[in-house]
Design a protein around this ligand. Structure first.
Ligand code: APR
Length: 249
């Protein structure tokens, strides 16, 4: 076991108030591309389609792209990997307080995690821009170019946070609380480039947490708040972090 993984294993084993902060990188080994980096989503699609003002003005242009990125591909095929499963097993053993995720793919919940704060909302729900009715995306008719609310006919929007939108209060507050109380923050698969999400690990560090980061490449956190950097793929690294209550993630 390499030195960084041994150190990360010790810090995590000794941690008493641990939370995880995850980004797109944790789902790459589940077949979901990251947003930034080689072959990423923003290399292939224009992020303007996820700008709230653009979406409201041009839903007929934004929705087809959104479906390609999040529903035609991501929607049904992806399965959680060993990284998601390890975090779920840690929570089940009472050794992880929660997961704060920037991801909208629902894979933490699919892996069995119960306390998941979806900082950027979720692709699994859609919300009506008119009457605010929400429904599971799987039960909505997304086939029209512009999917519409079955109740009032207004435009439906995926219930994840678009650029220019605020963070859901029911995610922001518990995430900040987890950060303030943690003694260990496990940062997995995030570039740290997007705020205010990126403030969560920074707040944890400010309040005394030890930061263990798992990433294939250094992020904005690595040079600033990370105490132990484990370079590698999330599922492969978590498979090597041996915890007494996990025989095989
Ligand atoms: N294992 C671990 N880390 C990985 C892996 C992997 N297999 N593959 C890629 N990574 C790392 C990359 O090195 C990068 O640092 O995951 C990170 C992915 O960064 P981003 O694509 O920027 O994803 P994220 O940080 O979650 O983006 C934040 O940006 O576009 C918005 O709302 C979107 O929630 C997203 C936010």
């Amino acid at each position: 076991m390499d030195n960084a993984i041994a150190k990360a294993t010790r810090i995590i084993s000794e941690g008493r108030r641990i939370f995880a902060f995850t980004g797109a990188g944790i789902s790459v080994e589940s077949g979901i591309p990251a947003f930034r980096g080689p072959g990423s989503v923003w290399e292939r699609y224009d992020p303007r389609n996820l700008d709230i003002d653009y979406f409201v003005q041009h839903p007929e242009k934004a929705w087809p792209v959104i479906k390609q990125i999040f529903y035609n591909f991501m929607g049904s095929h992806a399965q959680p990997n060993a990284a998601h499963r390890t975090l779920a097993l840690m929570e089940a053993a009472g050794h992880l307080d929660c997961v704060v995720t920037q991801n909208i793919d629902g894979l933490h919940q699919s892996a069995g995690s119960k306390r998941v704060h979806e900082f950027h909302g979720t692709a699994s729900r859609v919300v009506c821009l008119g009457c605010r009715h929400t429904m599971p995306a799987a039960e909505a008719d997304l086939s029209p170019d512009v999917p519409r609310c079955p109740l009032c006919g207004a435009v439906l929007k995926p219930d994840f946070v678009f650029f220019g939108e605020g963070i859901p209060a029911d995610a922001y507050e518990p995430s900040s609380q987890a950060a303030r109380h943690a003694d260990v923050c496990i940062v997995v698969g995030t570039s740290g480039e997007v705020m205010p999400a990126g403030m969560i690990p920074i707040e944890a560090k400010r309040c005394g947490a030890t930061v263990v980061e798992i990433n294939t490449t250094p992020s904005t956190f690595t040079r600033s708040i990370t105490d132990i950097f484990v370079q590698g793929k999330a599922a492969e690294v978590f498979a090597q972090i041996r915890l007494p209550y996990i025989d095989r993630p």
